[in-house]
Design a binder for this molecule. Structure first.
Ligand code: FCB
Length: 487
């Protein structure tokens, strides 16, 4: 529980961040690289899934994306121009170990060059080992529902560590295992698009095992590099805090979204209520939790040095039927999906908050509450906001993109982080999602999250007004009193 009184209104005026606070931006391999069959790369589950009819809006794929694989030096130069202190990127597993097999030097070379280029530009690399592009060959062998995948991940991680570990201050294992597990194996919204109920829980356990194995193995080799994981966490508020069904639904969402990952990593156990709620779910004819073997939780809870927190919005949660929200005009994939939450009575009624272009609620105060709660409940290692950002329908007019909504979104969330800092929470940095407009998974290229606009016809990069704003914050460490003053 929160020990302090948090302001309910975000502070106004100029806000100074601590010296050394890291200002960065993030991307992910499949979302920007393109070049899907170059230099020995073989298909990932996203190459396969994006070809499934109806899975992605407009049938978009990552085949070309932002052509970052070819344009990497210019993209690093752009980061330099924007004054970024750090760049969080992910490594494509099927480039480095095609089909999950032997090392492909040409694939590793790309990341060596990227790290060298970043360091030469005085930008600290933050490596994410897994941002969802599992080699398809491993999925064909069961993917994350197969325990062996965790050991293949260890092989992959060690080859990346061998190549760049000496020059990279921070290496995190997984990005948002909730999405990989529950959207990938239970709901089917994401690759590999399986809809198998308890498979999400099984996948979550093997992802966590993969994380722990890598932390343990790299820690033995290296006591300097910071190791950790990035979780996407929510703030689950009961829609009606006096209604028992809503309270229970909020508890379940906190369990299945947050605690099912936080507890094993930071406490070495699965939450008892989640185990109880899911006790009857079977995988391969056995209770799902039989995949948890003796010793796994000790591996999973190997000490970490950093916790990455991805936050976009919290959720009001109800356990009762609610009127369907008004259609907000967002185009969704046409394939049929099921709830990733293992219980279709749970719904997320809108609260009348402003919405982003993707229909996500804008709820900056949730970020303060999340960071304070993590500190109070888990005593985590230093935290970094490894993703936060918003999609809006940007338009290029006379060579420029004015995106005041995104600028204000960033401004509000930075203020929310500042409140947490003032409450004594150890937050060390902030990564904007995203550097570039890119392939937004099931939503394809129609949803633009970049602070830099990408003209996909020409691959031109055009910094938006929000990039000018963020660059100023990154250079000064100060959130200006009036975001509009940054022209
Ligand atoms: C997160 C993902 C990231 C991006 C943002 C909008 O869930 O980690 O790749 O798609 O959402």
């Amino acid at each position: 529980m929160t020990q302090i009184e948090l302001p309910t209104v975000l502070p106004t005026g100029e806000l100074r961040f601590p010296a050394g606070f890291v200002w960065g931006a993030a991307t992910a391999s499949y979302q920007i690289e393109g070049a899907v069959d170059e230099d020995g790369r073989t298909p990932s589950i996203w190459d396969t899934f994006s070809r499934r009819p109806g899975a992605i809006v407009d049938g978009d794929t990552g085949d070309v994306a932002c052509e970052h694989y070819r344009r990497m030096p210019q993209d690093v130069a752009l980061m330099k121009e924007l004054g970024l202190g750090s760049y969080r990127f992910s490594v494509a597993w099927p480039r480095v170990r095609p089909d999950g097999g032997a090392v492909n030097q040409a694939g590793l070379d790309f990341y060596q060059r990227l790290v060298d280029e970043l360091l030469a530009a005085d930008i600290q690399p933050w490596v994410t080992l897994y941002h969802w592009d599992l080699p398809q060959a491993l999925e064909d062998a069961g993917g994350w529902t197969n325990r062996d995948t965790a050991y293949r991940f260890l092989d992959f991680a060690l080859s990346v560590y061998d190549a760049v570990g000496d020059r990279v201050p921070t290496m995190t294992t997984l990005n948002e295992p909730w999405c990989s597990a529950f959207q990938g194996y239970t709901g089917g919204q994401h690759a590999p698009g399986r809809q198998e109920g308890a498979a999400g829980l099984v996948a979550a356990h093997h992802l966590l095992l993969a994380h722990g194995l890598v932390v343990q193995a790299i820690r033995e080799l290296d006591t300097h590099i910071d190791l950790g994981i990035t979780l996407n966490l929510t703030v689950a508020d009961p829609f009606d805090p006096t209604n028992p069904a809503d309270l229970d639904a909020a508890r379940r969402i906190d369990g299945l979204h947050n605690r099912v990952f936080l507890d094993p990593v930071l406490r070495g156990s699965y939450p008892a209520d989640v185990l109880e709620d899911t006790a009857a779910l079977t995988f391969g004819g056995l209770p799902w939790h039989e995949v948890v073997r003796d010793g796994d939780l000790a591996v999973i809870s190997s000490p970490i040095d950093v916790l990455g927190v991805n936050y976009y919005h919290g959720d009001a949660v109800s356990g009762r039927p609610q009127p369907a929200p008004a259609h907000n005009g967002v185009r969704h994939p046409t394939q049929s999906v099921v709830t990733p939450y293992l219980d279709d009575r749970i719904v997320f009624p809108p609260r009348g908050l402003p919405l982003t272009g993707l229909g996500w609620e804008v709820q900056p105060e949730g970020l303060t509450r999340l960071l304070v709660r993590l500190r109070d409940d888990y005593a985590p290692p230093p935290m970094y906001v490894t993703e936060n950002g918003a999609a809006y329908p940007d338009v290029l007019v006379d060579g420029a993109v004015e995106d005041p909504e995104r600028r204000d979104y960033i401004d509000a969330h930075l203020r929310a982080v500042h409140v947490a800092l003032a409450a004594g929470v150890d937050v060390r940095g902030f990564y904007q999602w995203s550097l570039l407009d890119n392939f937004e998974w099931a939503f394809g290229y129609g949803q633009r999250f970049g602070i830099v606009y990408v003209d996909y016809a020409t691959q031109a990069r055009i910094p938006k007004a929000s990039a000018r704003y963020y660059a100023r914050v990154a250079r000064t460490g100060v959130v200006p009193g009036d975001p509009e003053e940054v022209g």
